[in-house]
Design a protein around this ligand. Structure first.
Ligand code: AMP
Ligand code: MG
Length: 492
């Protein structure tokens, strides 16, 4: 059987300054490590034909799928606040685009497919560990209901890559609504290329905000759309304790999907100052800083679009400020809605924000596990005796009791029954997140011992994060207290 991918490419129809056309590098011995059949079926791809040695060759770049027009995309970006006018796909190629049966358009990207003109001295490769991490965490995020790029396949190249030592190389096939980043706009803005900016905006509008094309002021509507999507996305991150770790403007997608999983990780104990990435020394991308950073990044996007917002700089800045003010509004609304849902509150009460903040600050002091606190609280909704399991998560259990009294004073004003409240809370509070120690263990088993058992077990549990899975309790538990603080190292 010949594996076919029905490409329908649009980005390569944009001007040549947007990308560099080139073939992926050779892979010596491509081997399919994991193929995401459910995703392939959703995308209308031939899962049977692709989950084969031939598919491994296509998805490692070893052979050239028919209809593919591989390109490395140009983009710029602020990295930790410092502008770099030229980043671009240094270790990835957009293989092409497909249109799913429901009409949605997706990029298929090979990550780790060899050097490109944007590699800036890097080897263009990806090590198996980070590829596995992105596969696992992005699929977990999708199951948690968070907008994200997806992982279609993971192929071993058969070639070593050299990091601290020689490690196995791999290629991730990433599926994204697009790979247009804030940094893509910055690339053309930095060059003063107004025509390219307009072309890019029109392309992004057609892909992500088609209704903006018909609006009175398309660029306004588009920018407002990007701002609203990012606000909702970051609120969802906060609600599951996700720390992206490297929110550079080149790692923020216009589509509002989580993209570029590098040093990301999930909170265990709730601490808003949590930073996992070893390179984020000043805590720029700490958990609690994420909304502010998103707004900072969106301000950089608005700067790129100033020429289209109004005649004259002052007027344009005023327009931009008006739109950016919408970020805080959209974020606060999405954040309180998410945490209301976590507490099982359907109605809206003025004091809800304080009720949420009160619990979170008690959790910070009590070093309470973020995910478990909210999950166990679901039972407390029907049975105060279940409080014992929640309070046990606090170093000072009495502190939880004081908060629980406030919560119970609030719930009688709700129209829902305790049983309905519990059911709703169980859909807002996952039992399972990719716990850092389990992720590390799954990676180590695969990389060091070629044992993919732990990865498969973890993937399976994380594909139903809101279900109780009694034989998977092991995966719900935080790392034993007393270990060194968890650190992540850059994804390369
Ligand atoms: P990231 O940390 O993945 O967001 O990447 C930041 C920039 O560095 C992007 O332009 C990447 O393409 C580039 N880059 C990261 N790792 C490599 C690598 N191993 N080889 C070449 N370029 C890389
Ligand atoms: Mg990146």
């Amino acid at each position: 059987m010949t594996a076919q991918i029905p490409f329908d490419n649009s980005y390569v129809r944009l001007p040549p300054s947007f990308y560099v056309a080139m073939s992926p590098s050779h892979a010596s011995a491509p081997r399919m490590l994991r193929f995401n059949r459910l995703l392939a079926e959703r995308l209308g791809l031939d899962a049977e034909g692709l989950d084969t040695p031939e598919g491994a060759a296509l998805l490692s770049g070893a052979t050239y799928p028919e209809g593919a027009e591989p390109v490395a995309l140009a983009y710029a970006g602020h990295q930790f606040g410092h502008f770099n006018p030229q980043l671009g796909d240094g270790r990835a190629l957009l293989l092409g685009e497909i249109v799913a049966p429901d009409g949605a358009r997706f990029d298929l990207q090979l990550k780790g497919s060899g050097p490109t003109p944007f590699s800036r001295g890097g080897d263009g490769r990806a090590a198996l560990g980070p590829v596995l991490r992105e596969y696992l965490v992005s699929e977990a995020m999708a199951a948690l209901g968070v907008p994200t790029t997806r992982a279609l396949a993971m192929v071993a190249t058969g070639d070593p890559v050299f990091r601290d030592a020689a490690v196995p190389g791999a290629v991730l096939t990433r599926v994204a609504s697009s790979h247009i980043r804030i940094g893509t706009f910055q690339y053309f803005a930095a060059r003063g290329d107004r025509d390219a900016l307009r072309r890019l905006a029109d392309h992004a509008i057609a892909r992500h905000d088609p209704e903006a094309a018909r609006a009175e002021r398309p660029i306004h509507t588009f920018l407002a759309g990007v701002i609203a999507r990012q606000a909702r996305l970051v609120a969802q991150w906060m609600a599951i304790g996700f720390v992206h770790g490297v929110m550079n403007t080149d790692n923020m997608s216009i589509s509002g999907e989580t993209i570029d999983y590098g040093p990301c990780a999930f909170l265990d104990a709730y601490d808003p100052e949590t930073v996992f990435s070893s390179i984020d020394r000043d805590g720029r991308y700490a958990y609690a800083n994420q909304p502010g950073i998103a707004q900072w990044n969106l301000t950089r996007l608005a700067e790129c679009l100033l020429p289209f917002l109004a005649e004259g700089t002052d007027a344009a800045i005023e327009e931009a400020q008006g739109l950016l003010a919408g970020f805080a509004e959209a974020f606060n609304a999405a954040y309180i809605a998410a945490f209301r849902a976590k507490l099982g509150l359907v109605g809206e009460d003025e004091g809800d924000a304080r009720l949420v903040e009160d619990l979170l600050s008690r959790m910070t002091v009590g070093l309470a596990d973020f995910t478990l606190t909210f999950r166990r609280l679901c039972e407390s909704a029907v049975d105060p005796a279940a409080d014992a399991e929640v309070r046990a998560l606090f170093q000072d259990p009495d502190s939880f009791d004081a908060w629980a009294m406030r919560w119970r004073a609030r719930t009688p004003r709700e129209e829902t029954s305790p049983e309905d409240r519990r059911a709703a809370m169980r859909l807002a509070n996952p039992a399972f997140i990719p716990r850092n120690h389990h992720v590390e263990e799954a990676i180590a088993a695969a990389v060091e011992r070629e044992d993919f058992g732990p990865l498969d077990r973890l993937l399976k549990v994380l594909s139903h994060p809101f279900d109780d899975q009694p034989d998977a309790q092991f995966y719900a538990e935080p790392a034993p207290i007393g270990g060194a603080p968890f650190r992540t190292f850059c994804g390369t």
